[in-house]
Design a protein around this ligand. Structure first.
Ligand code: AMP
Ligand code: FE
Ligand code: FE
Ligand code: ZN
Length: 273
């Protein structure tokens, strides 16, 4: 993936449901000519020191971020906080989410057990203990129950399926408030995936700062529509790969997000410190 330099402002690591360590992520970014990554683990700012250290001296800038699990009108709405401050007192608010995800994982393991599939917590790789369904999917692959993560979701883990347990989520307005209290810029992640394209105006009015237009799950048409919309509303534009693991998701840098997307986000974040 040569060509112009780009940024990738939506990447997951092993501190939530990504598979790679910060070091491996940075290597991949550098190889793909990505000059800045935002590591945006689900509901956690854990591992910030390691993420920053992994970038040091590599020519890849590390933006600390987080992807908050929120809910808007009954739908799952993901909200990024870019340039969040891991030393903020508001980080304490995230601990409830982590514990709720632990309890939820135990419940999903129990449900799997009732279907005759035995997986234990000790079978799961979850360095940061912020458990998500991908951890379970990978364990099912390792045990030979399914061939790949896609099959694990299709057979067992899909939304509202026999194993899925609803996740604890912030109300969207509460999420926006927290994203900003953490010192970050609040960006609505992949609205085209969340089925929230028609709600974006309201969501911006609730205080979101920007919209993730570049995302591998957005069609060209959706991305173009989001650009136009953001420009019209004076909202910031962001983008990233939503990388989780090689072979599972689009690669780091796959979206070729222009470098100049980053500066306005950085400038706004600076006003929140
Ligand atoms: P959870 O946060 O535990 O509800 O799990 C949702 C996460 O699972 C998302 O953030 C994605 O990383 C991943 N995911 C959801 N659907 C699929 C799928 N069909 N195949 C692979 N990964 C998926
Ligand atoms: Fe994820
Ligand atoms: Fe997401
Ligand atoms: Zn994500």
């Amino acid at each position: 993936m040569a060509g112009a330099k780009s940024v990738d402002l939506h990447v997951h690591s092993c501190f939530s449901d990504g598979r790679l360590s910060p070091g491996d992520i940075v290597q991949r970014a550098a190889r793909n000519n990505v000059v800045a990554i935002a590591v945006t683990d689900h509901d956690t700012l854990r591992g910030a020191d390691e993420k920053i250290a992994a970038c040091a001296g590599t020519g890849v800038e590390c933006v600390i971020g987080i992807e908050l699990s929120c809910e808007y009108k009954g739908r799952e709405a993901h909200l990024l906080s870019l340039f969040a401050d891991p030393s903020s007192e508001w980080v304490a608010r995230l601990e409830d989410m982590r514990l709720a995800r632990e309890r939820r994982m135990d419940e999903m393991l129990e449900r799997l057990g009732r279907l005759g599939v035995g997986v234990e917590r000790s079978d799961l790789a979850a360095a940061g203990l912020v458990y998500g369904r991908p951890h379970l999917a990978r364990a099912l692959v390792e045990k030979g129950v399914v061939k790949n993560v896609g099959e694990a979701f299709a057979r067992y883990l899909y939304d509202d399926g026999p194993v899925h347990v609803a996740k604890r989520r912030f109300a969207f307005a509460e999420g926006v408030d927290l994203a900003k209290k953490l010192g970050g810029v609040a960006v609505i992640a992949h609205p085209g995936v969340s089925g929230l394209l028609d709600e974006l105006d309201e969501m911006l009015r609730l205080g979101a700062d920007g919209i993730e237009a570049y995302n591998p799950k957005h069609s060209g048409e959706t991305a173009a529509r989001l650009f136009r919309f953001a420009k019209e509303k004076g909202a910031l534009i962001s983008g990233g790969s939503d990388f989780h693991a090689p072979g599972e998701t689009a690669d780091i840098g796959s979206q070729r997000v222009p470098v100049d997307v980053l500066e306005p986000i950085r400038d706004l974040a600076a006003t929140r410190k």
